[in-house]
Write a protein that binds this ligand. Structure first.
Ligand SMILES: NC(=O)c1ccc[n+]([C@@H]2O[C@H](COP(=O)([O-])OP(=O)(O)OC[C@H]3O[C@@H](n4cnc5c(N)ncnc54)[C@H](O)[C@@H]3O)[C@@H](O)[C@H]2O)c1
Length: 370
């Protein structure tokens, strides 16, 4: 198969869809790899490393897209990439279509087959291609929150870990899934006072046995969230309803009850955000203030630690790229119902029910042969 890896063009995005090690494995299987020049340069993977792994280097994105049957990326396609997509081509990347109607229309019109990393499932119901980035974002959320809490950065001047004789900062984590659990680990590591809120009692039990007395677990209701938010120094939003827009758990009215200079980190911003006052920000200008509350809503947090993130992501995606390349795209999906859950767009139709619902568009399931 002809596989293309373009350079990411979202602002401050240095990750890349395949590492030289991944390219080498695919080349050894007989596939033809084209990598855009400088695609991995920002994280120490220069063109020479890709060439040594057996890839051809293309001068620009147009050359990568024109040649490839399968495009492997990291971020959703950007407006400048829309005209490069074509019918019959497969795009394998994060899409986050529920919150991005413009991209959905572009993919539908182009007639591409688009497989979203974030909706591929595993047998245990987890999301194996979202997991590594949720781990990164969850761990990062606590270090950015600690930074935002500093007075010079607009925060309330609280040290998360406190010091002997002074109490720790209060961290409330909404959603105790992968990102929330990793946030909790880091917050505990910094000696903060940690509460995890979830609507799954099963997950709350697991967290309680995992962390013991180091975390408080609270069932999510409007009343419990209202009470916790009012006391918090940091609220981390890490909820997910797969494929759908995030529920707005913290309202604008709740902000007025919070301590001035408290910090909201909305990891769920890539699904529309779980705070009513969230709007996507970038690493160039990551925060803004509403009603005295610092908001950090960067939609590609792992982009700030692109080397770690690329290695973690490609550890997870490579086996799926191999399946697509070895079996062909639709046979690979037909072969694996969990992989097929990644299919969001095919032949001008939305093929994922939650994505269609969020966008208010019609939905046509892709039928897996029995
Ligand atoms: N901003 C970024 O750069 C970035 C990076 C990676 C992941 N993410 C996002 O982080 C979010 C979390 O991802 P994850 O992998 O941890 O998901 P996950 O499925 O592992 O966890 C989500 C948790 O949210 C809980 N939940 C759902 N609705 C809830 C509600 N109404 N109240 C309380 N809890 C609720 C679920 O029970 C689950 O435990 C996703 O939106 C994901 O796209 C963002």
């Amino acid at each position: 198969m002809r596989i293309g890896v373009p350079k990411e063009i979202k602002i401050h995005e240095y990750r890349v869809g395949l590492t030289p090690a991944g390219v080498r494995e695919l080349v050894e299987l007989g596939h033809e790899l084209t990598v855009q020049t400088q695609a991995g340069a920002g994280i120490g993977f220069g063109d020479a490393a890709y060439q040594a792994a057996g890839a051809k280097i293309a001068a620009d994105a147009a050359a990568v897209f024109a040649n490839a049957e399968l495009i492997v990326k990291v971020k959703e396609s950007q407006a400048a990439e829309y005209p490069l997509l074509r019918r019959g081509q497969t795009l394998f990347t994060y899409l986050h279509l529920a919150a991005d109607p413009a991209q959905a229309q572009a993919l539908l019109q182009a007639g591409v087959t688009a497989i979203a990393y974030e909706t591929v499932t595993a047998a245990d119901g987890s999301l194996p291609l979202l997991t590594p980035m949720s781990e990164v974002a969850g761990r990062m959320s606590v270090q950015v929150a600690a930074n935002c809490l500093q007075q010079a950065n607009g925060g309330r001047g609280v040290l998360l870990g406190g010091v002997p004789g002074v109490e720790s900062g209060k961290v409330v984590i909404l959603g105790g899934g992968v990102a929330g659990t990793n946030a909790a680990e880091m917050a505990i590591g910094l000696r903060s006072d940690v509460t995890v809120v979830d609507r799954s009692t099963k997950r709350l039990r697991e967290l309680s046995s995992l962390f013991g007395a180091s975390v408080k677990t609270v069932y999510a209701t409007t009343a419990t969230i209202e009470a916790l938010v009012a006391e918090a120094d940091v609220v981390i939003g890490a909820v997910l309803i797969p494929g759908a827009s995030a529920p707005k758990l913290v309202t604008r009215a709740m902000l007025k009850t919070m301590k001035p200079g408290a910090v909201l980190v909305d990891i769920s911003i890539d699904q529309g955000g779980c705070f009513e006052t969230s709007r996507p920000t970038t690493h160039a200008a990551p925060t803004y203030v509403v009603d005295g509350i610092v908001h950090y809503c960067v939609s590609n947090m792992p982009g700030a630690v692109p080397r770690t993130s690329t290695l973690a992501l490609t550890n997870a995606t490579l086996s799926y790229v191999k399946q697509l390349a070895q079996l062909g795209v639709m046979p690979a999906l037909t072969n694996d119902a969990h992989f097929a859950n990644g299919l969001n767009v095919h032949q001008g139709q939305i093929t994922h029910p939650a994505v269609a619902q969020a966008l208010g568009l019609s939905f046509r399931p892709y039928r897996i042969a029995a």
